[in-house]
Structures are given as structure tokens and as C-alpha cells.
Design a protein around this ligand. Structure first.
Ligand SMILES: Nc1nc2c(c(=O)[nH]1)N[C@H]1C(S)=C(S)[C@@H](COP(=O)(O)O)O[C@H]1N2
Ligand SMILES: [Mo]
Length: 550
């Protein structure tokens, strides 16, 4: 029984140690995570074919699977430390120190973590984990309490001789030192927990430690994410564009309760990426390289890009994984530098047909060179709806290319633009089964009423948004109960690269009804009724909802 408890205590103590590192890094400026730093080292050290097997098996969850596996390995090591520590207490500090060294080394190799932060966090984790495990082992070891009492001369000196040899008294005496985290002061010679039966002591301490670990972890992560977001706001003042757009025309927004707003607020904007934690980038030193098939490769700093950012565009971003009727789509007014200006400076060589945007975390998206030059909005963006890019949406710099799904074009946390060919390079999602080219397919969505809603008979506003590639939407139609397609009213177009609101006034009669919507593209071609899944190049089919009218 004691060994099982010791093993569990070891697991809990390891979690507590890791949570302590997260918390300490949350308090320090510009910090990341030692745990994730270790994960990154593991990924780098893993042979490519093994990584590929993991990606094939787990897809985009492969990073999560790695971190879960690491957790299991660390928990197992913690259990071993706990059990061994019963007989040989020295195993506890030595074991945690080994964890600490691994964490510190990984942290030193992580650009987001300063040397001081890595060392402080690792040290705090070692002390916290070892102290708590030491304390629990002591409390659950038969005879220890009497041993401890031996060190307090007046109380139970005559019990000393009966103590078991499980845990040396010398260690038990160390327990009285102020280094331990006793949650309550002694009210007598025997502390409150020493007076409890072993089982209760064990449960109380492990539960308290696990709870504390949860609180430290959550607080640490919260502080880190807040720090990442505030860095963006504090350090960046957006220039005013010399080519500003007029405010969105009034006629582009319909007055319908529940319809998607024309511009999606940053806080409501969908987020899709493979980053397990949001990259924290120092905007003061960040540079973007223009490389590959160009005459003059060069680097440009974020500050220079800010100076050049004179162009505003209204662009709808859509994820290729968006289901018909799904919400992985949003529209923003982006501020940035035309990609063509930067590419012209570098001089794109004949033969290059792919532009690859690479992120600081190694992620890549690739799209045709023509997309930068055919006149569609295609910018290196620094602003989103009048603010610096939020950290989750790519601070300090991302690409925004109209008419293409996000996975091929809209690289966040941009660090490099490489000119290459589709033959020579596959971007991140291509070997994972997604199409190399990703033009946005025409789609439309019913925002109101909601699927499954009940509405009153009479005139009902059926309304939503429709979008297409960069050339826009020419019509939207609605069909009730498989009846004929009836034209919906279209709001004014904000930009052909942005979605368009639509409204259909439906004379609803009592009963259950099926409502469908379809849009037509710039050439007047209506959306296909064929249903296809998002993979490999975007979902098709008509968004269809059921409504009951009373
Ligand atoms: N660095 C990086 N950029 C990325 C991704 C990513 O995983 N990493 N995902 C892309 C995908 S799949 C989409 S749909 C868009 C989403 O952008 P958002 O999160 O700002 O809405 O970002 C793109 N840019
Ligand atoms: Mo996506």
C-alpha cells in the first residue's frame, strides 16, 4: 500500500513541478514553456520517417499526441522516483534535479525563453516537486511520525525505539526545516496532518498538490497568453494608410438580427493553426527574408514593413476544413504592404511558380505566383480591423491573399517568403493529403433562422452570407421544401474579395419546413448541389436547415 501511495505521490509531484515552471514563466517577461520546449527538442531529435508515421496516424493532432506521451513518460518517471524515494530519500532531489536539467537545457535552446527565465523556472520546479514529494513520502511512511516526534525531545522520546527503519530519522528531522511547504502552522507538537491517519494524510496531500498544480498551470498559461497579446498592443503603433478604404457602405450591411456582421470583430474571428502555443515574437527585432528564385534576396524588418504599410483591403478568410454551413470563416479589414511591391524589389525569376510563406514555427503555405500580381488583394499584413494583428492571428506579420483558402496562403507569424516551384516544394498540408492549390469554392450560409429553430408564421427574415473566390458573388437564391429557387436580395458589395450579406423574406406557413440556399459566382454559375467533404480541396453542397413554424 505504501509503495502504491509513494508512486502516486511521485506522479502528482511531477505535475506540481511542471505546473510550477509554467507559473514562474508566466510571471517573467517574454516567456514560453519548458514543457513545450522539451517537446520541441524531442520532435527535432526524432527521425523524419517516425515523425511522418505519427503525422499519418494522428494528423494535425500529432503535436498533442507527443505532449500527452511526454506527460505519460514523465508521470511514470515520477512514480519510480516516488517508490525508490521511500527507501532512498536521496533519489527524490536527484530525480527532480535530472528533470530540471533537461527542462533548463531545452529552455536555453528556445528562442522565446531567456536564459534567466529558463534557469529560474527549472530551479523553482525542482524545489517545488522535490519538497512536496519528500513531504508526502514522510507522511505516508509507517513510523515516520514517531521518528519525527523523536526530534522533539519533550513529547515522545520513548517511542523512538519502536520506529520502523523505512525512513531514516535524519530525513524526518529535515522535514522540520522551513524549506517545506507546510500548509498550516503547528498548533501543537504534532502538526494537524501528522495527527491524521496515514490514508487521510495521503489523500489530503495528494489532492491538495494536484489542485495546486492545476491552479498554477492555469494561472501560468493565462499570464503567458495575456503577455503575448499585450506585447502586440504595447509595442506597435499602426501607421495611417495612405491608401485608406472608405468606411464600409451602409448598404453593405443588412439590418437583420443574428446575421454575421460584415466585418468580424477580432475577438470573434475563427482561429486555425498547428501551433500548440502561440509563437511569441519580438517585434523590435523581427525580420522577414525574401529568398529562393529571386535576383536580389533581402531581409526586411517589421519596422520597415510598418512604414510601408499603406494599403487597406477587405478580405474574407476561409478555412478549407470549413463544413457547409460551418463557422471557420470571417472577414476583416487588413492593413499591409502589397506583396507585389516586396516581390518586385527582390525580382522574381522566370520559372518560379510558387510563393511559399514560412512561419517562425516552420509551418508553410504555398500559392501561385500569379496571385501576387493579378490584381487581387494580396498583402503582407500588419493590421486587422484597425489594430495590430492579435497574437493568435499572426502578430507581428502575416500574409493575406484573397480568393485562396488559408492553408495555402495566409501564413501567420511570417518569417520568410520563398520563391520556388510547385514541383520543388510541398507546403505543410500537401503531403498530408490536401490539394496543392486551394482556390476558395463558392459557398453560402443561412445565419437566421438557426437550424432547428421555431418561428412564428408570417414574414420571416431568412438571411446570411455568401462568398466565393476573389471575384465575388453575383446572386443568392433560396428554396423552400425543395421548391423552385427564389432570388434573395443582395446587400451592396463591400469588395469582391469579401463575403456578401443576403436576405430572403419568407412567407412562412405553419408546419415543418426545409430551407436551402445557393449562391452564384461572378460568371453566374450557381453552386453545385453535389455534397463533398472538406478534404482535399474544400466542401461543396447547399447549406440546408430545418425550421418549424407555429
Ligand atoms: N503559421 C501558421 N499560419 C497559418 C496556419 C498555421 O497552422 N500556421 N494555418 C492556416 C490556416 S489552415 C488557416 S484557415 C488560416 C486561419 O487564420 P486565422 O487563424 O487568423 O483565422 O491561417 C493559416 N495560417
Ligand atoms: Mo485552414
Amino acid at each position: 500500500m505504501t509503495r502504491v501511495r509513494a508512486g502516486i505521490a511521485g506522479v502528482v509531484a511531477v505535475m506540481f513541478a511542471v505546473a510550477t515552471t509554467e507559473f514562474v514563466l508566466g510571471l517573467l517577461p517574454g516567456a514560453g514553456s519548458l514543457f513545450i520546449a522539451v517537446g520541441d527538442v524531442v520532435i527535432e531529435a526524432t527521425p523524419g520517417p517516425v515523425v511522418q508515421v505519427a503525422i499519418d496516424a494522428f494528423g494535425s493532432a500529432n503535436r498533442l499526441v507527443l505532449l500527452v506521451s511526454m506527460t505519460i513518460v514523465m508521470a511514470a518517471a515520477g512514480a519510480v522516483i516516488g517508490v525508490l524515494g521511500l527507501r532512498r530519500p536521496v533519489v527524490v532531489p536527484v530525480g527532480f534535479a535530472a528533470f530540471g536539467v533537461a527542462g533548463a537545457l531545452a529552455g536555453l535552446g528556445d528562442v522565446a525563453i531567456t536564459t534567466t527565465s529558463a534557469l529560474l523556472a527549472a530551479a523553482a520546479g525542482v524545489v517545488a516537486g522535490a519538497a512536496v514529494l519528500h513531504r508526502i513520502l514522510q507522511l505516508i511512511t509507517p513510523g515516520t511520525m514517531r521518528e519525527t516526534a523523536t526530534s522533539v525531545p519533550a513529547t515522545a522520546a520513548n517511542n523512538g525505539g519502536q520506529s520502523s527503519t523505512w525512513y531514516p530519522s535524519s530525513v524526518a528531522i529535515v522535514d522540520r526545516s522551513p524549506a517545506t511547504s507546510d500548509p498550516a502552522p503547528d498548533t501543537s507538537d504534532r502538526s494537524w496532518d501528522e495527527a491524521m491517519p496515514t490514508r487521510r494524510r495521503f489523500l489530503t496531500w495528494t489532492a491538495a498538490t494536484a489542485g495546486a498544480a492545476g491552479v498554477l498551470l492555469a494561472t501560468g498559461r493565462f499570464l503567458q497568453d495575456r503577455a503575448a497579446a499585450s506585447v502586440a498592443r504595447v509595442t506597435t503603433a499602426l501607421p495611417s494608410p495612405s491608401r485608406p478604404l472608405p468606411p464600409p457602405p451602409a448598404g453593405a450591411s443588412l439590418d437583420v438580427e443574428g446575421i454575421s456582421p460584415l466585418l468580424t470583430p477580432n475577438d470573434d474571428f475563427y482561429r486555425i493553426d498547428t501551433a500548440f502555443s502561440i509563437p511569441r515574437i519580438n517585434a523590435d527585432t523581427h525580420r522577414i527574408r525574401i529568398t529562393g528564385m529571386v535576383d536580389q534576396p533581402f531581409e526586411i524588418s517589421f519596422a520597415e514593413l510598418l512604414d510601408l504599410a499603406d494599403t487597406e483591403v477587405d478580405v474574407t478568410l476561409s478555412c478549407v476544413s470549413n463544413q457547409v454551413g460551418g463557422d471557420l470563416i470571417g472577414t476583416a479589414r487588413w492593413l499591409g504592404v502589397p506583396l507585389a511591391d516586396i516581390l518586385d524589389r527582390a525580382g522574381v525569376q522566370a520559372g518560379a511558380d510558387q510563393i511559399v510563406g514560412r512561419s517562425v514555427d516552420g509551418w508553410t503555405g504555398g500559392f501561385p505566383v500569379e496571385a501576387a500580381f493579378d490584381g487581387r488583394p494580396a498583402i503582407i499584413a500588419v493590421g486587422m480591423n484597425g489594430e495590430p494583428l492579435p497574437a493568435r492571428h499572426g502578430f507581428p506579420v502575416r500574409l493575406v491573399i484573397a480568393g485562396l483558402y488559408g492553408y495555402v496562403s495566409d501564413t501567420k507569424w511570417l518569417s520568410e517568403i520563398e520563391l520556388t516551384t510547385f514541383d520543388a516544394f510541398d507546403a505543410y498540408w500537401v503531403p498530408r493529403g490536401w490539394s496543392a492549390e486551394g482556390p476558395i469554392k463558392i459557398q453560402s450560409r443561412i445565419d437566421v433562422p438557426r437550424d432547428g429553430a421555431s418561428v412564428d408564421a408570417g414574414t420571416v427574415a431568412v438571411a446570411g452570407v455568401a462568398w466565393s473566390d476573389e471575384r465575388g458573388v453575383s446572386a443568392v437564391e433560396v428554396s423552400i421544401d425543395d421548391g423552385p429557387w427564389e432570388p434573395a436580395e443582395l446587400a451592396d458589395e463591400l469588395a469582391s474579395s469579401a463575403w456578401r450579406q443576403w436576405l430572403y423574406r419568407w412567407e412562412a406557413t405553419a408546419g415543418d419546413h426545409v430551407l436551402r440556399v445557393r449562391a452564384s459566382d461572378a460568371d453566374g454559375q450557381p453552386q453545385t448541389a453535389d455534397v463533398s467533404a472538406p478534404a482535399p480541396d474544400g466542401a461543396t453542397g447547399h447549406h440546408t436547415i430545418r425550421v418549424s413554424v407555429t
